[in-house]
Design a protein around this ligand. Structure first.
Ligand SMILES: Nc1ncnc2c1ncn2[C@@H]1O[C@H](COP(=O)(O)OP(=O)(O)O)[C@@H](O)[C@H]1O
Ligand SMILES: [Mg+2]
Length: 374
C-alpha cells in the first residue's frame, strides 16, 4: 500500500460468547466472515470463549460451520488473549500472547458483535464498546437491554400504544414470599398459560401450563434460565408471523415481506427442536399467505416497534395474528439468527436484498454512526 492510499476500515467480528447460543453465534460468524468484502475491509476475527475469555480466533469459515450434531463449532479459549483499549480518538486491539509482552494489533473502526442472548444481545457488550469508543453494528445499550427483557419490552410497547399478550411477572422473591398471591395473579389470566424466562431465547425454559397443578414445575424450569419469570395468557389459535426491519442510511427504516411459521407434528409450539431441527415438522411460508391489508399492518407495526424500542441497524419483530384479526407483538430480537438460512436473511432475500448486501448495509450503518448519545 502506498502512503497516498486510504487504509481500509478495520472490522472486528466478535462471536461465540458465554450464552447457550455460543454454537449458533460461531456458525453465523463463519457466514459473515466468508461474506465481508476483503478488498474493502480488513477483518479481525475475535472469539469469546464459553468462559468469557476474548481471544484472537481462527476465522476459517469452514471450521465455524455446524457439520453435524457431534461436530459443533466452538471458540478455542487457549488462543492469544485480546483486549479492546480506549485510545484518543478511538479504540485499539491489544494481543497478549503467553510469555510475550502485549502488542498492539491496530486500531478498530467497527465491531460486528454476532452474539445472541445474555452478555451479547442484552446491552452488556454494547456498553463495553461505548466505553472503548468504538463504533459497532446494531442496537445500542438501552434498546439491546429492552429487547432482551420480554417484560420490559411489554412496558415500552404499551407506552407506544402497541398491543402484546396479557401477562404477569413473577420474580424469585415474589414466588418465595407469597406464592398464593402469585397463583391468584396467574389464575386471573385464565389457563392455559405460557411460563417463560424473561431474558432468554431459543425457546429455552418455556412451558405451556394447562392448570395450577403444573405451575410450580414450570416456574422452576424457567427460573433455571432467569430468576425473573414471565407468565402469559395463551394466544389461542394464533398464527406466528415474523418481519425483518433494517435501518436505512438516511435514518429511516425498511421492512421485509412477512413470513409465517407453521409448527406441526408433535410440537405444541415453536420449541427448541422445532427451531433447530426444522426438517421434521416446521414449515415456513415466505412470504406469508396473508391479505395485503394484514401485510401492510405487520410491516407498519414492525417499524413502530423498532422505533419505540429505539433499535438501530437490524431487528426481527415476531407477532401473533389472532383469529379475530388482531395483531399482537410477541417479541423483538435485536440480534436475530443471522446465518444465510436464518429467518431474517431469508426474509430479506425474499424481499430482494441478498446476504452480502445485508452485511454491507450493516457495516455502512455502523461506520456512519458515532458512539455516545445520538
Ligand atoms: N402466549 C403465548 N401463546 C401461545 N404460544 C406462545 C406464547 N408465548 C410463546 N409461545 C410459543 O412459544 C414460542 C417461543 O416463545 P417466545 O416468547 O417467542 O420465546 P423465545 O424468545 O425463546 O423465542 C413462540 O414462538 C410460540 O410458538
Ligand atoms: Mg421467539
Amino acid at each position: 500500500m502506498t502512503s497516498q492510499q486510504q487504509p481500509k476500515p478495520r472490522i472486528a467480528v466478535v462471536f461465540g460468547g458465554r450464552s447457550s447460543e455460543h454454537v449458533i453465534s460461531c456458525a453465523t460468524a463463519g457466514s459473515v466472515l466468508a461474506t465481508i468484502d476483503r478488498a474493502a475491509y480488513d477483518v479481525i476475527p475475535v472469539g469469546i470463549a464459553t468462559d468469557g475469555r476474548w481471544v484472537l480466533a481462527d476465522g476459517d469459515p469452514e471450521r465455524l460451520r455446524i457439520r453435524s450434531a457431534e461436530e459443533l463449532p466452538e471458540v478455542d479459549g487457549s488462543g492469544d488473549l485480546v483486549s479492546l483499549n480506549a485510545v484518543a480518538g478511538g479504540a485499539e486491539l491489544v494481543v497478549s500472547a503467553a510469555g510475550a509482552p502485549p502488542s498492539v494489533l491496530g486500531s478498530v473502526d467497527v465491531v460486528f458483535p454476532l452474539l445472541h442472548g445474555p452478555w451479547g444481545e442484552d446491552g452488556t457488550v454494547q456498553g463495553l464498546l461505548e466505553m472503548a469508543g468504538v463504533r459497532y453494528v446494531g442496537s445500542g445499550v438501552l434498546a439491546s437491554a429492552i429487547g432482551m427483557d420480554k417484560a420490559v419490552t411489554k412496558v415500552v410497547l404499551a407506552g407506544a400504544g402497541l398491543p402484546t399478550v396479557p401477562s404477569v411477572v413473577v420474580t424469585a422473591h415474589d414466588w418465595r414470599a407469597d406464592e398464593t398471591d402469585c397463583r391468584e395473579r396467574i389464575a386471573a389470566l385464565g389457563y392455559p398459560v405460557f411460563v417463560k424466562p424473561t431474558r432468554a431465547g431459543s425457546s429455552m425454559g418455556i412451558s405451556k401450563v394447562r392448570g395450577p397443578e403444573e405451575l410450580a414445575a414450570a416456574i422452576e424450569t424457567a427460573q433455571a434460565h432467569d430468576p425473573k419469570v414471565l407468565v402469559e395468557a395463551f394466544a389461542a389459535g394464533a398464527r406466528e408471523i415474523e418481519c425483518g426491519v433494517l435501518g436505512a442510511l438516511d435514518g429511516g427504516v425498511e421492512t421485509t415481506l412477512p413470513a409465517e411459521i407453521k409448527v406441526g407434528g408433535d410440537h405444541e409450539f415453536y420449541d427448541f427442536e422445532a427451531k433447530y431441527l426444522p426438517e421434521e415438522s416446521t414449515t415456513i411460508d415466505l412470504p406469508a399467505d396473508l391479505p395485503d391489508e394484514v401485510i401492510a399492518r405487520v410491516r407498519e407495526m414492525s417499524a413502530q416497534v423498532f422505533r419505540a424500542v429505539g433499535c438501530e441497524g437490524l431487528a426481527r419483530v415476531d407477532f401473533f395474528l389472532m383469529p379475530s384479526g388482531e395483531l399482537l407483538v410477541n417479541e423483538i430480537n435485536t440480534m436475530p439468527g443471522f446465518t444465510p438460512t436464518s429467518m431474517y436473511p431469508q426474509m430479506w432475500a425474499a424481499s430482494g436484498f441478498d446476504y452480502p448486501q445485508l452485511v454491507e448495509r450493516l457495516i455502512q450503518l455502523a461506520l456512519a454512526r458515532d458512539t455516545g448519545l445520538r
